[in-house]
Ligand binder design. Structure first.
Ligand code: SF4
Length: 348
């Protein structure tokens, strides 16, 4: 504003329109001079992405596939539950971690998202909510390894959590990571109150090396040590995510090994029954094996839950919608793309 000869406070007005009043264009910003609104309409866009696809599953989960200016696509999800409105966002185009069961990592990482592109996912999803509803929770579990793009992620989250932004509590934000020990320590040193979720997916080095190839470089022990350090410094209990793959890591022996690893730690285990990905050789675990796994871990005194699968009908697991868009498959349309306001992780 200053560079263009306008009073700087107009910038704050514009931000208020976008963050509080859900404006998606400049023409309706009625407290700005008309000439300035016209100038902004001509030279600027509120959003840098466009909506390539918007799907709504029968359970009410909204999933957006956003196209960036360079044509790359990312996805983000809004999940509505009785008392929660949770968004799940992406941090990278693709992912470089190569987890063998994941759609996002199939083609590697293409680039980091900017802080604006990360922030924009949250605002676009928030704008789908009815005017009297607010977002309550944010999970960074979409495409990409969150901590591989830590600086841009923190830039976006700081805005989301600031009173001049969306005003969300840091304690309502969960950052998921496959476990990059150096970045986990760097995050701890930033002194924020974000909840950390570490995707373990295997309780032994050998099995984790197979399922999460980055493990061969970092090692399970170093990941768990860094999680301990995060807990010591933030005071926030760490969640360990564990995707249950039928017949691969869902046996009683893996459950016992996981309990051996975690029983001395203050932690929570979140079990995620796998969403099968077309073209990948992994299956959803049986209901019996999920129950058995959960029971063994709980019997060892560890806090454990099984994640409900929201949005399964629209591929609300990381990378799946984007991948379908790329191969030209048609996703069943449940509701047309809606103009706002109207209506998971990589780590599923
Ligand atoms: S599960 Fe997460 S870390 Fe692993 S490849 Fe997928 S997006 Fe990347």
């Amino acid at each position: 504003m200053s560079e263009r000869g306008h009073p700087a406070y107009h910038a704050r007005q514009v931000l208020r329109w976008i963050f509080e009043r859900r404006a998606e264009g400049f023409s309706g910003m009625s407290d700005l001079p008309k000439r300035l609104r016209e100038e902004l309409e001509e030279g600027w866009d509120v959003f840098s992405t466009s909506i390539a696809l918007h799907h709504v599953s029968p359970d009410g989960t909204d999933k957006l596939l956003l196209e960036c200016r360079d044509g790359r696509r990312v996805e983000c999800v809004l999940m509505a539950e009785v008392d929660r409105r949770t968004v799940c966002i992406s941090t990278q185009v693709g992912c470089g971690m190569g987890c063998v069961f994941c759609a996002s990592g199939l083609k590697g990482v293409e680039r980091n998202l900017t802080d604006g592109e990360i922030l924009e996912q949250v605002i676009r999803l928030r704008n789908l909510l009815p005017a009297d509803e607010r977002l309550t929770n944010l999970v960074v579990m979409g495409m990409g390894e969150s901590l591989a793009n830590l600086d841009n992620l923190i830039g976006a989250l700081d805005r989301i959590c600031s009173p001049e932004g969306l005003g969300m509590s840091q304690r309502r934000v969960t950052i998921s990571t496959v476990g990059l020990p150096d970045k986990m320590r760097k995050l701890a040193a930033l002194d924020r109150q974000y909840h950390l979720a570490v995707s373990l997916h295997a309780p032994t080095e050998a099995l984790r090396d197979e399922l999460v190839p980055i493990n061969a470089k970092v090692g399970l022990g170093a990941v768990v040590d860094a999680a301990d350090a995060y807990f010591r410094s933030s005071g926030r209990q760490v969640t360990f995510e564990y995707v249950l793959l039928g017949g691969v890591n869902d046996g009683a022996s893996e459950a016992e090994a996981l309990a051996d690893l975690l029983e001395s730690r203050k932690s929570h285990v979140n079990l995620i029954p796998y969403n099968p990905v077309p073209g990948l050789p992994f299956e959803r675990p049986s209901a019996n094996s999920v129950r058995r796994f959960e029971g063994i871990v709980r019997a060892r005194g560890i806090s454990v839950s099984v994640r409900k699968t929201k949005g399964r009908e629209i591929d609300a697991a990381c990378g799946q919608l984007r991948r379908r868009g790329e191969v030209g498959q048609v996703v069943p349309d449940a509701r047309a793309i809606l103009p706002a306001p109207a209506g998971i992780a990589g780590d599923l």
